[in-house]
Design a protein around this ligand. Structure first.
Ligand SMILES: [Fe+2]
Length: 325
């Protein structure tokens, strides 16, 4: 087990030219709670494709059913103020805050401002799917910062969270993620996606999501409201949006992700409130050498954000955004 820190600090990790600053959390004054289904006030819509995927396994055919994220409503004003406050919370990726076989959540004090929305999401999750909640890990991502006009806080192509590629045999339970942001909410694409002709060991599915969204000129894009807490599943294709206008914005993004698998990607945060010792592994999609299903589509749809249209690395700070319209 990693030695618990008494003070918050950071660790810097490099691999393949990337740099990650990993927070090291203190064990002092943690926020510990058990969610309660009775405290969930949101109706559980059994007709929603997202709700119907609870406690089922990954299946690519589910992409054919369009799915709008489930709304848990707008956060109350006090939670909005807390979430958007700049209190020095470190950028945190997929920090485990709950382990399988227990219902208890443990959140380091440095992320206290995320706790009310975690509790809200967990109350819904345990009401909608008590067994799935009990069996899953829960991971917290919390990311705050100034985002420049025209830029994205978290640059990525169209994608889903919790994709299960070729290395997952047999397939695992579906991922469910609650997300909320204070400004510039994520865009979701409420349309069917057809991957029948693709090979998961060969093709980059995220680039194909770009292409199928571009074929519709983003006609089916949908954004929640600011501070609207929503639940998506691993078939909810989405993408961050660029900051509109010409004024930089302070953006807070929070994701509370329920997942059967261990997220052991190097760069993810360690929670000293649990006794575990995972070997963290350098892992990114680039290493899979996947190719575009349609190599004739617009080049911006089939390169990584850090590459130009020819696939060459861009200067630091420059990004390619997919032409989705
Ligand atoms: Fe995402």
């Amino acid at each position: 087990m990693t030695e618990p820190a008494t003070k918050d600090s950071f660790r810097v990790v490099h691999y393949r030219g990337k740099q990650f600053t990993i927070p090291v959390f203190s064990t002092e004054e943690p926020i510990v709670f058990t969610p309660d289904a009775a405290l969930n006030t949101v109706a559980i819509d059994k007709g929603s494709p997202v709700i119907q995927m609870l406690n089922t396994d990954w299946d690519l055919r589910n992409f054919k059913t369009p799915r709008r994220p489930v709304s848990l409503g707008i956060l109350p004003l006090d939670e909005q103020v807390l979430m958007a406050a700049s209190l020095g919370a470190p950028r945190t990726l997929d920090l485990p805050i709950k382990f399988p076989g227990s219902n208890i959540m443990r959140i380091p004090r440095a992320l206290a401002q995320a706790a009310p929305s975690c509790r809200r999401a967990a109350n819904f999750a345990i009401a909608a799917n008590p067994q799935g909640y009990f069996n899953a890990y829960c991971y917290l991502t919390f990311d705050q910062g100034i985002v420049q006009p025209g830029m994205l806080q978290r640059e990525a192509p169209c994608h889903v969270d919790g994709f299960q590629g070729a290395r997952w045999k047999p397939k695992k339970r579906n991922n469910f993620s609650f997300t909320v942001s204070n400004v510039v909410p994520t865009a979701y694409y409420i349309q069917p996606f057809d991957f029948d002709e693709l090979d998961e060991a060969v093709h980059n599915f995220f680039w194909e999501m770009n292409r199928q969204v571009a074929l519709t000129n983003s006609e089916f894009a949908w954004q929640p409201e600011e501070y609207e807490l929503t639940l998506m599943d691993c078939y909810s294709v989405h993408r961050g949006m660029p900051v509109p206008g010409n004024i930089p914005l302070f953006r807070t993004f929070e994701r509370i992700s329920f997942e059967e698998r261990i997220f052991d990607r190097l760069g993810n945060a360690h929670n000293p409130l649990f006794d575990y010792d995972w070997e963290m592994v350098p892992r990114d999609i680039e290493e899979l050498n996947l190719v575009a299903f349609d190599p004739t589509c617009d080049p911006s749809l089939r390169v990584f954000p850090h590459q130009d249209a020819d696939g060459k690395p861009l200067p630091k700070g420059q990004k390619t955004q997919p032409k989705l319209k």
